[in-house]
Design a protein around this ligand. Structure first.
Ligand code: ZN
Length: 339
């Protein structure tokens, strides 16, 4: 299929902290990325109104010179792509069962497609990032929480009844901290920002040397990225945590290899920039936790899209896919819907 550079889509990445909006063509970003703060909105409809109004500024500008084909949206949390409905959003109230696709298409008057935000980041990596040309891979988004996507032949694997796999909830220990889902010992329960910060605070209180100001940290909180920033400055407590984090990550990657043996795994999210610091210990633990062929053939590398994978992937739903063909699931047309 020949795609015109004149054809563009609006990509919207709605996250718990920031909302990113951009105009995208098949070549990449056409506009700058506009950012709204999710915390400014205390209920879904005012957020969707603001997203619409900000997007229309772009649409009015670029529709003079380009063919605006539609709007793609990435959202955190589980959702039903076929009904364009979100079941709920982590850390944001009032989003249970909101028909986001319908609400936005009513406002825009353009086709609107929705997808989980990490699934969108996976498609962004596939069409615009390091995964270009690799049709089979897993993407792990590491930040406040853990997201994942499994890309099969350039489409997002959604499994039974349209529910996507969640690598963050791979059990890597029979015990351990409680996960946000309520279970214990999940990969996310070890790698989430809350546990990273808790472990560092415990180390500092136990006397591990550090330049981190614990009073400020405990009162204001810091994102997980802060730990990596301190580690880059050779802070002892932060380096100790980075080593531990790498160990848990290596175990999680070994679990992914054992089940899927994907040729590539890409690390995205705020931790992607710290991959150089994590790589050695992560790959060591990965290597001791999986069998020989997996150890040798699964390539792990960071995303190069620097936080833009979500908007790029969201726009790709409009630019590259007919209807909902970006999803692989037993609910696909032509696939037996009985499990
Ligand atoms: Zn869990």
């Amino acid at each position: 299929m020949v795609l015109s550079d004149k054809k563009v889509a609006v990509g919207i990445d709605i996250g718990g902290t920031a909302i990113k909006i951009a105009v995208v063509s098949t070549q990449g970003l056409v506009s700058k990325v506009n950012i709204l703060h999710s915390g400014s909105f205390n209920e879904p409809y005012s957020l969707l109104d603001a997203v619409y109004q900000e997007s229309m500024i772009f649409i009015r500008k670029y529709s003079r010179t380009h063919d605006v084909a539609g709007v793609g949206v990435g959202l955190p949390g589980p959702l039903n792509v076929f009904e364009e409905r979100i079941y709920g959003m982590p850390n944001m109230e009032g989003w249970e069962n909101i028909a986001v696709g319908f609400e936005l298409s009513q406002r825009f008057g353009y086709p609107v497609k929705i997808l989980n935000d990490t699934d969108a980041a996976g498609l962004g990596e596939y069409h615009y990032g390091n995964a270009k040309g690799n049709r089979y891979f897993v993407i792990l988004s590491l930040g406040t929480g853990i997201g994942s996507a499994v890309i099969v032949n350039g489409r997002v694997w959604h499994g039974a009844y349209g529910i996507s796999p969640e690598a963050g909830h791979i059990p890597i220990s029979i015990d351990g901290p409680e996960c946000g889902c309520g279970a214990k010992g999940h990969l996310e329960s070890f790698l989430c920002a809350k546990q990273v910060v808790t472990r560092v605070i415990n180390d500092i209180k136990a006397g591990i040397p550090t330049s981190i100001d614990l009073e400020i940290w405990e009162s204001e909180g810091f994102p997980v990225k802060t730990v990596f920033d301190y580690a880059a400055r050779q802070d002892t407590a932060a380096l100790r945590e980075v080593n531990r984090y790498a160990g848990y990550l290596g175990r999680g990657l070994a679990a992914i290899a054992a089940l899927l043996n994907p040729p590539y795994v890409y690390i995205s999210g705020s931790v992607a920039n710290a991959w150089d610091m994590l790589a050695s210990e992560t790959l060591r633990i990965f290597g001791t936790s999986c069998i020989f062929p997996h150890r040798s053939f699964m390539k792990i590398s960071p995303s190069a899209l620097e936080g833009c994978g979500g908007v790029l992937g969201a726009a790709s739903l409009i630019l590259y896919y007919e209807k909902d063909s970006y999803i692989l699931s037993n609910l696909d047309a032509g696939v037996d819907s009985e499990c």
